[in-house]
Every structure is written in C-alpha cells, then in structure tokens.
Write a protein that binds this ligand. Sequence first.
Ligand SMILES: Cc1ncc(COP(=O)(O)O)c(C=O)c1O
Length: 392
Amino acid sequence: MSLPEHRPPLYLDSHATTLLDPRVREAMWPWLLVPCNASSNSHRYGWRAAEGVERARQQVARLLNCEPHELLFTSGATEANNLALKGILQAPRAKGWGLVTSQVEHRAILDPARRLARRGTEVAFVPVTPRGAIDLDRFRDSLTSHTRLVSLILANNEVGTINPIAEAGAICRERGIWLHCDASQAVGKIPLDLRQLPVDLLSLSAHKLHGPQGVGALYVRRSEPRLPLEPLFDGGGQEQRLRPGTLPVPLIVGLGAACAVCREDQPEETTRLAQLRDRLWQGLAQRLEGIHRNGDSQQSLPGNLNVSFEGVPGERLLAAMTEIAVSSGSACSSATPEPSHVLRAMGVPERLALASLRFGLSRFNTGEEIDFATAYVSETVRQLRAHPAGTG
Ligand SMILES: Cc1ncc(COP(=O)(O)O)c(C=O)c1O
C-alpha cells in the first residue's frame, strides 16, 4: 500500500492545542505594533487599547450569550479553573464549605481540588458511567449539606463526552450550590447558551479554539447576592479587582476574534467535523478487527475520536505513529506509562487504556487527510500486531 506523502506530520491533536486561525492573526497583528496598556487612561493609546479589550469582551460574550461584564480575562483555562475553585473555597468565610467534582476532570481541576482537600476542604470525586459522563444518581448522592461548589468538565478533553450539565445544574440550583464548568474543549465547538444553562462559573481557553496561547476567561454569573469570589493575587484594579495585572491586549483581541469566527462558522463546522470523525471511525472499523471506541458516540464533541486497539503494545503504539500527530491514552512522564485516569474511571481495562489513541480534528482538517490517517493508522496497527516487540 502506498500512502500519500504528508510532511510534516498530519496534525490531529487539536485537543492539546489548535492552529492559530489566519483571521485571528490578522486581528491581533496591529496590536503588536503599538503600545497598548488598557489601564493607561491619560492618552489615546490607552483609550484605544481599552476599546480593543471591551470589543473582545463583547465578542466572547456573544458566543456564550452572557453579559460582557460577566467575563474576566485570565492567562488561560488553568488559571480560570484555579480562580473559580480557590477564589471561592480558600476565602476565610469558606471554612466548612465542600467541593464536589468528578473523576474525569483535567489536571487543571484535579490538582487544585487536591490542594484544597489537603488544606481542609471536603472534596468528593464522583464516578462516571462507562461512556465518561457523570452518573446523575451518584452525583446527587455525593452532594452533602457542606457542598457549596460543584465543578464539572463540560466536554471531556480525552474522550469528548459531553456531561449532562443542564441536569446537574438543575440539581445544584435546587440546593443552592454553585456550578463551575471547565468548558475549555466545548467553547466554539458546540452551542452554549449561558442564559439557558444553569452554570454559575465557566472557564475557557483561547488556544483550544484557534486563538492564541496564554489567554482565556472565567465567566462569573452576575447574581444577587454576588458570588463570593476572591482574587488569587493582588496588584491592581484590573478585571473588577478579581484578576489584577496589565491586560495582554493583543492576546485578548485574539480571543475575541477567535470567538467571533467560531460564532460565524460553528453550525456548519460542527456538522462537517462530526462527519469527518465518523468517516475516520468507520474507516478504521472496516479495516481493523478488535478496536473499541471510547466515549459516547452521541453526546460527544464533534472533533473527538478515542480508540483502543487490541493486541497492540501500548508503549509502541504512539511511537509508531510518526506520520500523524495524535496523543495516547497514557501519561508517559515516567519510565512505565500510566493508563489515562479518564479511561480507567470509565472502566476501560488497563491493557486497552494503554493501547489507545486520541484523535482531535479541527476546522483545518480535510476529508483527504482523514482518509490518509485511516489508511496509515490501519496499516501501522496491522504491522504492530504482526511484529510484537522483540520479533524484529
Ligand atoms: C479540559 C481542559 N481544561 C484545562 C486545560 C488547560 O488550559 P490552558 O492551557 O488554557 O491552561 C485544558 C488544556 O489542556 C483542557 O483540555
């Protein structure tokens, strides 16, 4: 079989980061050429910068259907998540308040949650169904009279599963519990309407939606009484004193432009990506025996496909995929790969969790690329199965 030439490797890892959209680059460019501190209120450079920031805030707000003043710009989703969790639960008045989150969160939630637990917050990690969504009955049972905040990933970054946020939010509302969502993978990929969704705080990241790295936002619902959020650090009055520091105007403009592009392209793009994802899965399933799709084939991000390959040594799977950039369901930071905590929480056996690949498709991928990836992955898996380690 001859495979088309693809150099450099075909990028199919868009859950990790996405390519900067040329339209976003164009919007950012002029701001890199002028001094722009949005807090400088004594001259035109500063006024223009402030206008640029507020325009971007409106663009983000339009995509999410919220008010611009409900958004705080941050350095990304990690910071937004930390601000949501610690900003509420570390405050002196939060003594005795508990947190409920899930077993399949990104580390940008798990790590702050564990730190809060070490400092005395009662934290529970709810289990998930084999499809990777929270189990609503077990979720309900995990809420106690101490629970004041719940944090749930909106769409999973490994398996793409979309959580039943409307239902979870309704349960939280009934009990006066605030709901935070890490929506880093969902914003710009699926429609989100914060006037409808019962969510109080929501994190997003520009580089997951073809915007620049180093900027994101935390949505904080304007409610009465106000959410008791405190800043993580002090130093200035920016962002309603909740996120002080000079605003990175070119990056914020980029985030706004990325949201505007998503808003325009989203309906068709969601359908196109889901078709490409289905084409990839069907192509692999036709060519290979013993493969398993991880996640939920219905409630899922359109650009996500996570597949386990039977009979393939996990540690060799990713190493063999030199022509495509994908990620594996294992953390390889140590000598022995660790299976993904998400797949394990879903009950995927360790051997299959280790032998899995995550494909992340984006607006820049074409049908031809997907056909290449299908043929390339099938052929590579066949070879790995035919030549187990040590047989040459
Ligand atoms: C679900 C989720 N949350 C948080 C993050 C961290 O985002 P950022 O790189 O903006 O800090 C990521 C990115 O890997 C993610 O996928």
